[in-house]
Design a protein around this ligand. Structure first.
Ligand SMILES: [Fe+2]
Length: 236
């Protein structure tokens, strides 16, 4: 390569940045932001169950959930920074997390160990499914770096699901079967809207996650996305 070509390339970098067009940046960063909200929700729930674990297997389950919560927490910063790195924006508040999360909170006074493990197993399965959809979207836009990161997080989600599934399958019957049966029936349903979600905010239970992301994206592009305005997000 001639010296003049090198100088010209140095002074005029390729555009758009990272080869992603603005539409792709908006779509991918919104998808990552919603996954980030789910990660925060799952992190808090895993910690909640870590803290409120009970029963004869307390130590094993307590430590397992601590390990899993640490792994989830470690993904949070890279997800947010990836959204920023490609030129998008990401979460700004707890209120925004509550508005965007698809994985439900669990504020129950008591949850049996079996119900805790089953709920976390299901949440991790959902999260993995959401990340697979995000992977397909990034692949569509040739965003190889986000695709590569998602592959690691999908593998971690599948590992958490595997561990929880093994424990659930081989655990001994605990007392409190009434409470457990109630919780298991609740868990058989799809994830519910998060408590405190704004009434007119986009529903997390659209027929597909992609539709949900598309709706959020439309709102964001039209300037109606609730962003981090706590007054707008708070329920009536
Ligand atoms: Fe702890």
């Amino acid at each position: 390569m001639r010296a003049v070509d090198t100088a010209a390339r140095r002074d005029c970098p390729p555009k758009p940045l990272f080869g992603l067009d603005p539409e792709a940046v908006a779509e991918i960063s919104m998808t990552l932001t919603v996954i980030l909200a789910d990660m925060f929700a799952l992190y808090v729930k895993t910690k909640n169950f870590h803290w409120h674990m009970s029963g004869s297997h307390f130590r094993d389950y307590h430590l397992l959930l601590d390990e899993q919560s640490a792994q989830i927490l470690a993904t949070i910063d890279p997800i947010a920074e990836r959204a920023r790195k490609i030129g998008g924006t990401t979460l700004r508040s707890i209120g925004q997390i509550a508005c965007l999360q698809r994985l439900p909170d669990n504020d129950a006074e008591f949850v049996s160990p079996a119900a805790m493990l089953t709920e976390l197993r299901n949440d991790n399965k959902w999260l993995t499914a959401y990340m697979r959809e995000a992977h397909a979207l990034c692949d569509e836009h040739s965003d190889v770096a986000t695709t590569s990161l998602l592959e690691v997080w999908i593998d971690e989600g599948e590992r958490r699901t595997w561990f929880l599934s093994e424990v659930i399958e081989h655990q001994t019957t605990e007392p409190n079967t009434g409470t457990r049966a109630k919780n298991m029936a609740h868990l058989a349903k799809k994830p519910k809207a998060a408590k405190g979600r704004r009434k007119d905010s986009p529903s997390p239970l659209r027929s597909t996650d992609r539709e949900h992301i598309d709706d959020l994206l439309d709102d964001a592009l039209q300037g109606t996305f609730p962003a981090s305005d706590p007054v707008a997000i708070r329920g009536d």
